[in-house]
Structure formats: structure tokens, C-alpha cells
Design a protein around this ligand. Structure first.
Ligand SMILES: [Zn+2]
Length: 94
């Protein structure tokens, strides 16, 4: 139940990072974006039965992926404005 959402979010994160090449690539920022995006998606689907979401994702529902990408983009902006990584990490580009 946790993993299927993360798969969709990770996929969206890859796309979002490609669109934002200057975004910090450190593990901390990635993790923050993922967690933020997951909580946004969770809120969005709070009223839907979990089984329904599962079914939609299994069908590669475009709306689910669009929602995930949107949530990731918003999360990316939030983290970019207020990164929580420790100092020098920000300068490490990988
Ligand atoms: Zn970072």
C-alpha cells in the first residue's frame, strides 16, 4: 500500500527533476520532496477507498499520474525555497 504510491511518486520525481535541472540532488532534498508529495496525494485521495486508488494506478490512470506529478512539482518548489539539508551539501552537485 505504501510502495505503489511511492512508485508513482518516484516516477513523477524523475520527470520533475528533469524539468528542474538546478534542483538540489542530495538525498535529503529528494526524500523531503517524496514525503511532501506523498502527504499531498494522501490528502487528495483521503475520501477514496484505497482499493479504488490501487485499481486506478494499476490501470495506469492518467489522472493519478498527473496528480502525482503536480504534487511533486509543488513539493519541489517548497523544498527549493526552504531546503533542510545541512549547509555544504547544497554545493555538492552530482
Ligand atoms: Zn539538498
Amino acid at each position: 500500500m505504501k510502495n505503489f504510491r511511492e512508485d508513482v511518486v518516484l516516477e513523477a520525481l524523475d520527470k520533475a527533476l528533469q524539468a528542474n535541472p538546478s534542483f538540489c540532488r542530495c538525498q535529503k532534498c529528494r526524500q523531503d520532496v517524496i514525503l511532501l508529495a506523498l502527504s499531498k496525494i494522501k490528502g487528495r485521495y483521503a475520501s477514496s477507498p484505497v482499493g479504488e486508488i490501487f485499481a486506478r494506478v494499476e490501470q495506469s490512470d492518467r489522472q493519478v499520474r498527473t496528480d502525482a506529478l503536480l504534487a511533486v512539482m509543488q513539493a519541489l518548489e517548497q523544498v527549493a525555497v526552504n531546503p533542510r539539508h545541512d549547509g555544504p551539501l547544497k554545493l555538492t552537485k552530482k
